[in-house]
Design a protein around this ligand. Structure first.
Ligand code: SF4
Length: 65
């Protein structure tokens, strides 16, 4: 990507919307959750982080999973 820019953030979601560890989960009732893939083996992270996430030590830009 030119300039190495991050993909655009969804302001309602924050960093997770552009993080390679995030996984978007849509419930049967149509609500959207963001699951943090780092929570599985690192207790610093919540499995379902409260949104929007404005700062996260585990953030790494990348495709959503
Ligand atoms: S590491 Fe941080 S930014 Fe990435 S999915 Fe987990 S909580 Fe979101």
């Amino acid at each position: 990507m030119p300039g190495g820019d991050h993909p655009p953030l969804d302001p309602a979601v924050g960093l997770c919307s552009a993080c390679r560890y995030a996984q978007q989960v849509v419930s049967g009732r149509g609500s959207t959750f963001w699951l943090c893939g780092r929570a599985r083996d690192d207790s610093r992270f919540r499995k379902y982080p409260p949104l929007p996430v404005s700062r996260c030590p585990g953030f790494e830009p990348g495709e959503e999973g």
